[in-house]
Design a binder for this molecule. Structure first.
Ligand code: GLY
Length: 345
């Protein structure tokens, strides 16, 4: 394994490293979904749990299954859970580890680009509840996150692209070099060239890790990592977590955040154009034919709302992010314009 960097997140230490497929499985309670279980036939010789795939399984029943599996395997508090999968498996395995015997160790092996670029690092754990994303959860960083870019080679195209949404977000927030790299290396990225993927994963880890080191519990700075997410979560919620993948919704949400900034005359127009061009360049769907009032209603249920005010993450420019409340009339007009364009297409 090749160390990338060790982070200190509050009282937790997280070691990040690149590994080969042979270095993934750990002597631990292994948690897979149906897709990742198929990649590791040798798992049947170990303690393992296989959960249904997808966001719909991000619920109490899955946590129950993990906890029962840990009890059946006689795991003590000194035991370890190892989640091998996308964001859903990483979030749920770490959530279960955070409550099992008041907290046992957890190693995460993200298998999607989205989970490598974002979800697996920084300790956000949880499940969806009553249609609301990540409504129940904890902050519980993994002891280790092992990144194996070769696993991305077998990922379906749509899922791979979905991860690019989070990579673009990360570049916008904290790495203009990565933004340029994404512009100049699309072919190598889409071919899933190992060294190219390592470069973008490493850059995403650095940006995210630095932010979370400052603010594990999202009291302030960490909220910037939600750029585009208030819009994205509303879209996913209104479309029943099915029509749009998380990364696709994030890509659309990035555009909505940028257009909100343009509407408020705080976002540089040239930068706004660059972001739109980048999202188009990676073929993201940029118009959502979804009821505007329902989207706003879903935003009003957002758990990040404080004292009745939703704070939006907006950008003046690349690496220049602000957090501020936005009048719902502005949000309405940005969303309505987007929906009208969807209707024209
Ligand atoms: N995905 C955003 C965060 O980890 O804070």
């Amino acid at each position: 394994m090749i160390d990338i960097r060790t982070f200190q997140f509050g009282n937790f230490v997280t070691r990040t490293m690149f590994c080969t497929p042979e270095e993934i499985l750990e002597d631990a309670l292994l948690v897979f979904d149906e897709n990742t279980a198929a990649l590791f036939p040798e798992r049947s010789l170990r303690n393992s749990i296989v959960l249904p795939s997808g966001e719909k399984a991000k619920n109490w029943q899955s946590i129950d299954k993990i906890i029962k599996g840990a009890i059946d395997a006689s795991l003590g508090r000194d035991g370890c859970f190892c989640g091998i999968g996308g964001g859903v498996i990483c979030d749920m395995t770490a959530f279960a580890a955070s409550v099992y015997m008041r907290g046992c160790s957890v190693i995460l092996v993200p298998t999607t680009l989205l989970a490598m670029a974002d979800a697996s690092l920084g300790g956000k754990t949880g499940i969806d509840y009553e249609g609301y994303k990540n409504m129940v959860g904890t902050f519980y960083p993994a002891q280790e996150v092992r990144y194996c870019p070769d696993l991305l080679k077998s990922l379906p195209d749509r899922e791979f692209l979905s991860g690019i949404g989070e990579v673009i977000k990360t570049a916008m927030l904290g790495d203009r070099e990565l933004f340029r790299y994404l512009k100049e290396n699309r072919d190598l990225i889409m071919e899933r060239d190992s060294d190219t993927l390592k470069e973008i994963i490493k850059r995403c880890i650095m940006v995210k890790g630095n932010v979370v080191e400052e603010d594990l519990n999202e009291k302030g700075l960490r909220a910037i990592l939600n750029l585009g997410h208030t819009f994205a979560h509303a879209l996913e919620s209104v479309s029943g977590f099915s029509d749009w993948s998380h990364g696709e919704a994030v890509a659309w949400g990035l555009l909505m955040a940028i257009e909100t900034g343009v509407e408020l005359e705080i976002t540089d127009n040239y930068y706004a154009l660059e972001v739109r061009k980048m999202l188009e360049y990676y073929n993201f769907q940029l118009y959502a034919d979804v009821d505007t009032d329902k989207l706003i209603q879903a935003m009003n249920q957002d758990k990040k709302k404080k004292d009745g005010i939703i704070n939006f993450i907006l950008q003046k420019n690349i690496e220049d992010t602000i957090i501020r409340p936005v009048d719902s009339d502005i949000i309405h007009s940005v969303l309505k314009r987007n929906r009208d364009k969807a209707g024209d297409m």
